[in-house]
Design a protein around this ligand. Sequence first.
Ligand code: DC
Length: 225
Amino acid sequence: MNKNLVIAIDGYSSCGKSTLAKALARKLHFIYIDTGAMYRAVTLYFLRKGIDLNNEEMVKDALKEVHLNFDSKDYQTHILLNGEDVSDEIRQMEVSQQVSEVSAIKAVRQEMVNQQQRMGRSKNVVMDGRDIGTTVFPDAKVKIFMTADPKVRAERRFKELTAKGEQITLEAVFENIAHRDFLDTTRKESPLTRAADAIVLDNTELTEAQQLEFALGKISRFLKA
Ligand code: DC
């Protein structure tokens, strides 16, 4: 089988990209790379250090101190920030509220894209994010662009966050998602957009199993190559 097949999954916030990406990685024995977690870990570091996002030099210096690694036991990917497992902390609202601003910074994107290209080179990977099919791996053989009704996305994320004990309202989650959609699609540096050759997957009314089946159907011919 092919040894460097990249499956690129892009789409809006809280669309279930990582759920599908993990299921595909598990099924196909591919490596899963959650690029959103990388931007979130950088954001957490900047918050902890009180980095002024408008100060380019400060941002660039801080970036040099950020070392990211994945530890993917059982396809439950853990992200390590300078050796510390921050997988839970990066999902908190404080990080969610800052991450689109941090990920719009050119120097941050350049560094993350370089790292992602290194991680995906000569391996079979499923990578999810916003710019995988357009910027990180524009030659990816399989590109899926995910979308879903914003209200349904907010309800799904709300359930996830409250199940973890976070005190939050559905309205606040909806606002956050709408705001991130806006920032992600309108930023100057590689905005979220569907690659011309990406397959659209609207999962508003699909179960996880149906999405997996859909994606596997699209991928199967590349697995035989
Ligand atoms: O997928 P997520 O919600 O965890 O991503 C967090 C943020 O990171 C999202 O609001 C936009 C940004 N992001 C990005 O700009 N490019 C990527 N490839 C992945 C995420």
